[in-house]
Design a protein around this ligand. Structure first.
Ligand SMILES: Nc1ncnc2c1ncn2[C@@H]1O[C@H](COP(=O)(O)OP(=O)(O)O)[C@@H](O)[C@H]1O
Ligand SMILES: [Mg+2]
Length: 313
C-alpha cells in the first residue's frame, strides 16, 4: 500500500505554489495505477481541463482520461448536494432548502459553505454503485493554507458546539476519516523560498492538533542546476564573471549568474524544509514553459508518483 492507494489525498499549501498542478499530477498517477480517481476542487479558476486536453471541469464529474475524472464544485452546489444527502428526498430538500427564509438563515451560518465542500468530498469517498465504491481515490485540491485549516477544523467545531444529531454523526465520521493515515494522506506543496517554507512549517504544526500528519512535502518549481560545482559550465561562468565581459556575452553572464543564484537559494530552502518538517521532502523541477501541457503534467506526475511511493526512510 502506498500513499497513492489512500481513499482521500488532501493536497495542501500556500496559494500560487502549484498546489493544483501537483493535485493534477497526483490524481494522474493514481489513475495510471488503475485506481478510479476523482480530482476534486472548489475553485472558480479551474485549469484542470487544459492539463488533460479536455474542457474545463464542472459541477458534475467529467472524464479527464482513463480512470480519471475531474469535478469543480462551488459552495452553492456543494451545499445543495450535502442538503440532499442529509434529507434524502428532493421534495423535502426543496421544501427546506429552497425556502427563502431557510436560505437566508443557512447563508448566515459561518463555515457552512466550507463544511458542504468538505462534506461533499467525503460523500464521494462513500459513494457506491452496485455494492462497489464509485471512487477508489478522491484527490482534494484544497483551498490555500489558512482557508484549508478553517475547513478542516469544522468537524471539530461541530462536535464541540452542536447537540447530538445528524450533523454531529457526520462530523464524527469525517473526523475519523481525516485522522486515519490508512485512509487519508496529507501532502503539502511548497516552493523552496523563505515565506512558503515558513508557511509549510506552520501548516504542519497547525494540522498536528487535529491528528493530521502530512506524509510528504512536494517542493515544487525547483530551479534546474545548470552550473553544478566543478562542471565545465560552472568553470566557464566563473571565468566570464572574472573577466567583466559586456555586450551580449555580458547579458548571458548576468543571466547565468542569476540562474545559479536561484538554484543556490532553492537548495538552501530545500535543506531547511527537509530539516524542519517531519515529512520527507521531494524536489519537483520547474518546467520553463509559457503554459504547462498535458505532456508536462505527465512528466510531473511521474516524479510525484516516485515521491509518493518511495517509502519514508
Ligand atoms: N513545476 C512547475 N513548472 C512550471 N510551472 C508550474 C509548475 N508548477 C506549477 N506551475 C505553474 O504555476 C502556476 C500556478 O500553479 P497552480 O497549480 O495553479 O498554483 P496554486 O494552485 O497553488 O495556486 C500555473 O501557471 C502553473 O501552470
Ligand atoms: Mg489552485
Amino acid at each position: 500500500m502506498t500513499l497513492l492507494d489512500r481513499r482521500v489525498i488532501l493536497v495542501l499549501g500556500k496559494g500560487g505554489v502549484g498546489r493544483s498542478t501537483m493535485a493534477a499530477a497526483i490524481a494522474s498517477a493514481c489513475a495510471r495505477r488503475g485506481r478510479r480517481t476523482l480530482l476534486y476542487q472548489a475553485n472558480a479558476n479551474d485549469r484542470f481541463g487544459d492539463y488533460f486536453g479536455r474542457p474545463a471541469c464542472s459541477h458534475e464529474p467529467g472524464e479527464l482520461g482513463p480512470n480519471l475524472w475531474g469535478l469543480n464544485t462551488s459552495p452553492a452546489a456543494a451545499l445543495r448536494e450535502y442538503g440532499l444527502m442529509i434529507l434524502k428526498f428532493q421534495k423535502v430538500y426543496d421544501m427546506i432548502f429552497e425556502n427563502r427564509i431557510t436560505k437566508a438563515f443557512l447563508r448566515a451560518i459561518p463555515g457552512l459553505d466550507d463544511y458542504a465542500i468538505l462534506g461533499k468530498a467525503w460523500y464521494h469517498t462513500t459513494e457506491e454503485k452496485r455494492g462497489r465504491p464509485v471512487w477508489d481515490t478522491v484527490v482534494f485540491d484544497m483551498p490555500a493554507s489558512g482557508h484549508s485549516m478553517t475547513m478542516l477544523r469544522i468537524p471539530w467545531v461541530i462536535l464541540e458546539t452542536v447537540p447530538e444529531g445528524p450533523l454531529t454523526r457526520d462530523a464524527r465520521t469525517l473526523q475519523a476519516l481525516l485522522r486515519d493515515p490508512a485512509r487519508t494522506a496529507a501532502i503539502i506543496v511548497t516552493i523552496a523560498e523563505e515565506m512558503p517554507v515558513t508557511e509549510a512549517r506552520e501548516l504542519t504544526a497547525r494540522l498536528e492538533p487535529l491528528g493530521i500528519h502530512p506524509q510528504r512535502v512536494l517542493v515544487n518549481q525547483m530551479a534546474t542546476d545548470h552550473f553544478p560545482a566543478g562542471s565545465p559550465a560552472a568553470r566557464v561562468l566563473g571565468a566570464l564573471k572574472g573577466s567583466h565581459v559586456d555586450g551580449v556575452l555580458g547579458a548571458v553572464t548576468t543571466h547565468g549568474a542569476m540562474a545559479k543564484a536561484r538554484r543556490a537559494l532553492n537548495e538552501h530552502y530545500f535543506a531547511e524544509i527537509a530539516a524542519t518538517v517531519p515529512a520527507p521532502a521531494f524536489p519537483i523541477p520547474y518546467l520553463s514553459r509559457q503554459a504547462l501541457s498535458p505532456a508536462d503534467i505527465q512528466q510531473l506526475s511521474g516524479l510525484v508518483e516516485r515521491a509518493l511511493t518511495t517509502p519514508a526512510s
